[in-house]
Design a protein around this ligand. Structure first.
Ligand SMILES: C[S@@+](CC[C@H](N)C(=O)[O-])C[C@H]1O[C@@H](n2cnc3c(N)ncnc32)[C@H](O)[C@@H]1O
Length: 206
């Protein structure tokens, strides 16, 4: 079996210097749509700490920090992505290299966990959802935005996308299957919205 994590890491290490400077289907238009939507969703909510899993270059945290003072953390598999994020010197933000399915934070640490256009790269998706659940405080929100069946972005990085154990691959995921995964992990799904095109947002409350 291919080592999908390693393929993702190499791919995004190469993309890092230009990733958020472009605004095309081949990065990072879909990411920006998801990040802006998440920011909008969070605008009228009460929260003080946020972890962005698969944060890439820290684009969303940078945007959120301009609107709100909070305790920000970003984690990503690709060290070059994290290097770009750190180079932005975003106040109150800490970035670490790590994996979505082994989060280096204590239980109940965050009010919000976000995941934008990253989930379809995770070889162990159930574990990633379980980890988000673990690090959230009671009542905390897990906001997952990704591209489902037919999304151009998903087709483009086809070579690094894993096959699901249930058959198919990430392109067979949609907001409903994500909502089921969240419920299985213990979340109450409070939002399940199709956004622009194939992009969706699912929100679970712990
Ligand atoms: C398409 S980019 C999205 C970046 C950013 N969240 C955005 O919306 O623009 C996917 C990111 O997920 C990261 N990633 C892939 N697999 C990961 C894993 N297992 N754990 C953590 N991050 C991962 C990649 O390194 C990459 O930075």
């Amino acid at each position: 079996m291919k080592n999908y994590e390693e393929l993702s890491r190499k791919h995004f290490n190469q993309q890092a210097p230009l990733y958020d400077k472009r605004d095309t289907v081949y990065y990072s238009r879909e990411g920006k749509i998801s990040c802006r939507d998440i920011a909008e969703y969070l605008r009228d909510k009460t929260w003080h700490s946020l972890l962005d899993v698969g944060c890439g270059t820290g684009w969303m945290i940078d945007m959120l920090r301009k609107e709100r003072l909070a305790d920000y953390h970003g984690l990503d598999l690709a060290e070059n992505m994290i290097e770009v994020a750190v180079s932005k010197n975003i106040p109150d933000a800490q970035f670490v290299v790590g994996k979505a399915d082994v989060l280096p934070y204590e239980d109940g640490r965050f009010d919000v966990v976000t995941c934008s256009q990253s989930f379809h790269h995770y070889p162990d998706q159930d574990k990633a959802v379980a980890e988000a659940y673990r690090v959230l405080s009671k009542g905390g929100l897990y906001i997952l935005s990704d591209t489902g069946v037919g999304g151009l972005g998903a087709w483009i990085d086809n070579h690094i996308l894993f096959k699901l154990s249930s058959g198919g691959d990430c392109r067979t995921q949609n907001r409903k299957s994500i909502a089921k995964r969240m419920e299985k992990a213990g979340f109450e799904v409070i939002d399940c919205t199709q956004l622009q095109g194939f992009i969706y947002r699912v929100v679970g409350r712990k």
